[in-house]
Design a protein around this ligand. Structure first.
Ligand SMILES: NC(=O)c1ccc[n+]([C@@H]2O[C@H](COP(=O)([O-])OP(=O)(O)OC[C@H]3O[C@@H](n4cnc5c(N)ncnc54)[C@H](OP(=O)(O)O)[C@@H]3O)[C@@H](O)[C@H]2O)c1
Length: 347
C-alpha cells in the first residue's frame, strides 16, 4: 500500500508558559509530529479564554503540570490532513477538540480527567495541533471559528450542569451568577430551553445587558448583599429550580437559600470570597437538594450541545477579540472581570 505523504515537520508558531506567571508566556516554535492512522492535523484558527487559563498560568490550577506548556483549552480550526484510517472527518472540515481529549462518553474518570488541554497536556494556542479523530467535534455551521472557539469549556460546562445533569425543562427557573463565560452561556441555554432566568451581576451597566438578553430579573449583588432574599421574592417564596453556582464558598450559602425544595445546584466555580457565615448545610439538607459537581463534559455531550446550538442558531456573546501575540494582555483583561461573555484569540 502506498502511504500518502504527511505534512510532518512543519515548523509552526506557538505560545508557551515556561514558568508560573502570566507575564512569562512567550512565543516559540514547534514542529508537527507525523500523524497516526486515526489522527487529524488541524490548523487552529481561534481560541478563547476561561478563568481556568489564568489559574493555570499562575500555578494555582495544577502546580504539577510539566513546563513549558502550551496554554488554553478552547479552540477551533480547519482539518488540513487526516490519517489513513480516519472516517469521521475530511480535509477542509471545521472542528473543535473536546476540553478533555479522552473523555468521549459516559462518566468522567481519572484517566480522561488527565487529558485536559492547556493543563495536563499542551493546549491550543498554536498554529497546528494533532488530535485523535474521536476527540474532535464538528463546529456548528452558522458559527465562525472565533464564535465556535468559545464553546468547549464554558458552554459545555453550563450545558452539562443544566441539561445533562439538571434535566432542565421549559417553565423552570434558573439562577445564574455574574456575566462571565459560563454564566452567559448558562443564561442563553436556559432561555433556549424555555426557562426563566434570574441573574446577578456587580454592575448596573451589565444589568441592562442581561435584561436585554432576556433575563426576567436582574440583581446587583454588590448593592444588594442579601440578593438571595430577592431571588426568593421573585419566585413567590418558592425558590429557583436550578442554580449555576460559580461563586463557591462565598455564594453557596446564598444559593442554598435561593434554591427550591428538591431543587438542583450545579457546583461549577469558586470565584467568590468566603467571608459570610451561615447555616447553609442545614438549608441544603432540609431542602433535600441535589448538589451536583460539574467538570466540563464529554465529546458526546459536546455533540448534543452543538445540535441544540445549531438548531436554534444560538450565537455566543464575544466581548473582545485579541491577536495571539496579545495573549498576556488578553489574560489580564479576563482577570479584571470587566468582560461580558467570552474573550477570543485569533491564531
Ligand atoms: N467545573 C468546571 O468544569 C468549570 C468549567 C468552567 C469554569 N469553571 C469555573 O467557573 C467559574 C467561572 O468561570 P468563567 O470562565 O465563566 O469566569 P469568568 O468569565 O472570568 O467570569 C468572571 C465573572 O464572574 C462574576 N463573578 C465574580 N465573582 C462573583 C460573585 N461573587 N458573585 C457573582 N458573580 C461573580 C463577575 O461577573 P460580574 O462582572 O457580572 O459581576 C466576573 O466578571 C470559575 O471559578 C471557573 O474556574 C469551572
Amino acid at each position: 500500500m502506498v502511504t500518502a505523504p504527511t505534512k510532518t515537520d512543519i515548523e509552526y508558531a506557538a505560545f508557551e508558559l515556561p514558568s508560573f506567571s502570566i507575564d512569562a508566556i512567550r512565543a516559540t516554535k514547534r514542529t508537527t509530529p507525523s500523524i497516526g492512522p486515526l489522527d487529524v492535523l488541524v490548523r487552529m484558527k481561534a481560541a478563547s479564554l476561561n478563568y481556568r487559563d489564568i489559574i493555570v498560568a499562575l500555578g494555582v490550577y495544577n502546580p504539577g503540570i510539566p513546563l513549558p506548556r502550551i496554554p488554553l483549552s478552547d479552540g477551533a480550526g480547519e482539518v488540513v490532513e487526516v490519517g489513513s484510517s480516519v472516517t469521521r472527518f475530511k480535509v477542509g472540515d471545521r472542528v473543535s477538540p473536546n476540553f478533555m481529549t479522552e473523555w468521549l462518553a459516559g462518566k468522567i474518570n481519572a484517566t480522561v480527567k488527565a487529558s485536559d488541554l492547556g493543563g495536563t497536556i499542551d493546549g491550543v494556542l498554536r498554529e497546528y495541533a494533532v488530535f485523535n479523530e474521536k476527540s474532535l467535534v464538528r463546529i456548528p455551521e452558522h458559527l465562525s471559528y472565533e464564535e465556535a472557539a468559545t464553546l468547549p469549556c464554558a458552554a459545555l460546562t453550563a450545558w452539562n450542569g443544566l441539561v445533562e445533569n439538571g434535566r432542565l425543562r421549559a417553565g423552570e427557573t434558573v439562577l445564574v451568577m455574574g456575566t462571565g463565560g459560563v454564566s452567559i452561556f448558562a443564561m442563553q441555554l436556559a432561555l433556549l430551553h424555555g426557562a426563566e432566568v434570574i441573574a446577578t451581576t456587580s454592575s448596573d451597566e451589565k444589568m441592562k445587558r442581561l435584561k436585554k438578553m432576556g433575563a426576567a430579573h436582574v440583581i446587583n449583588y454588590k448593592n444588594t448583599p442579601d440578593w438571595e432574599k430577592e431571588v426568593v421574592k421573585y419566585t413567590c417564596g418558592r425558590g429557583v429550580d436550578h442554580v449555576v453556582e460559580i461563586g463557591g464558598a462565598g455564594t453557596l450559602a446564598k444559593s442554598a437559600v435561593s434554591v427550591k425544595l428538591g431543587g438542583h445546584i450545579s457546583l461549577i466555580g469558586v470565584l467568590a470570597d468566603a467571608k459570610q457565615k451561615s447555616n447553609f448545610e442545614i438549608s441544603l439538607l432540609m431542602k433535600a437538594v441535589k448538589l451536583q459537581g460539574v467538570f466540563v463534559g464529554s465529546v458526546e455531550m459536546y455533540e448534543r450541545m452543538n445540535a441544540a446550538i445549531s438548531l436554534h442558531k444560538m450565537k455566543p456573546v464575544i466581548d473582545k477579540t485579541f491577536k495571539a501575540n496579545q495573549i498576556i494582555e488578553a489574560l489580564k483583561y479576563q482577570q479584571s472581570g470587566a468582560h461580558f461573555g467570552k474573550i477570543v484569540i485569533t491564531i
